[in-house]
Design a protein around this ligand. Structure first.
Ligand code: DX5
Ligand code: ZN
Length: 223
């Protein structure tokens, strides 16, 4: 069963409470929170204060996707704000293991993310230490971009490695994911589909969650 993780960046912030309540009512249990510093990415979003607000609005799992040049400075703040997982980029920490350990010591799940131009092979040796692998299917910074098709092969490579090594790392895919490509993304090996625009513009949020939940890479893979 695949999981749909709405990216709050796609929500109407003037109605944040309603948006989260509607996601909860649609069956969402996992939220993706895009944190941008205007330095690692050319945009600024929100910080621990809004995460704390979101945490008050839902019991769902909160993954903070830190698009920050110095993510470790804020691990503690996001823990205090209610994050359950903290995901940072391999681009900023090519040796990510000490940071995974810091996140784990806070009692949170570590996630490792890669931009579309970072070879997926660079992440594989570290996956045993991460609960989440967040494969970017757009260059991060903005919602509403188109899915980069090369991502499918990158997901497959990561899936094969995770299965071969019997790891429990979940593959999450972020950027331009929607109803038209969800099946292919899961078939390639994804566990979690991040959807900003596609989820918050959908006129059938429960139907979209059900559709994603009905997909599985295990079922569709030929043995
Ligand atoms: C991109 C962010 C994504 C993005 C997803 O910088 O990391 O999470 O907001 O939004 P959509 O689904 O609209 O591409
Ligand atoms: Zn994201």
């Amino acid at each position: 069963m695949a999981t749909l993780a709405p990216s709050i960046l796609g929500a109407d912030f003037s109605r944040l409470g309603d948006e989260i309540q509607s996601a909860d009512a649609a069956g969402v249990r996992f939220f993706h929170l895009d944190i941008m510093d205007g330095h690692f990415v050319p945009n600024i979003s929100y910080g621990p204060g809004i995460v704390k607000t979101i945490d008050k609005l839902t019991d769902g799992f909160l993954d903070a996707h830190l698009m920050l040049s110095e993510p470790e400075k804020y691990f503690d703040a996001f823990k205090k704000a209610g994050a359950d997982a903290i995901t940072f980029h391999l681009e900023v920490h090519p040796d990510p293991l000490p940071y995974a350990q810091q996140i784990r010591q806070l009692g949170l799940q570590p996630g490792l993310s890669l931009n579309p131009d970072m070879p997926i092979e660079k992440a594989l040796p570290f996956l045993a230490h991460f609960d989440l692998l967040l494969i970017m299917s757009v260059f991060p910074g903005f919602g509403g971009q188109s899915f980069i098709e090369d991502t499918i092969g990158r997901i497959r490579t990561a899936r094969e490695h995770i299965d071969r090594e019997s790891l429990t790392t979940k593959i999450s895919v972020d950027g331009g994911v929607d109803r038209t490509n969800a099946e292919r993304v899961v078939e390639a090996g994804a566990d979690i589909l991040v959807m900003g625009t596609a989820f918050f513009t959908s006129d059938d949020r429960p139907g979209l969650v059900k559709h994603v939940n009905s997909l599985s890479h295990q079922k569709s893979r030929k043995v």
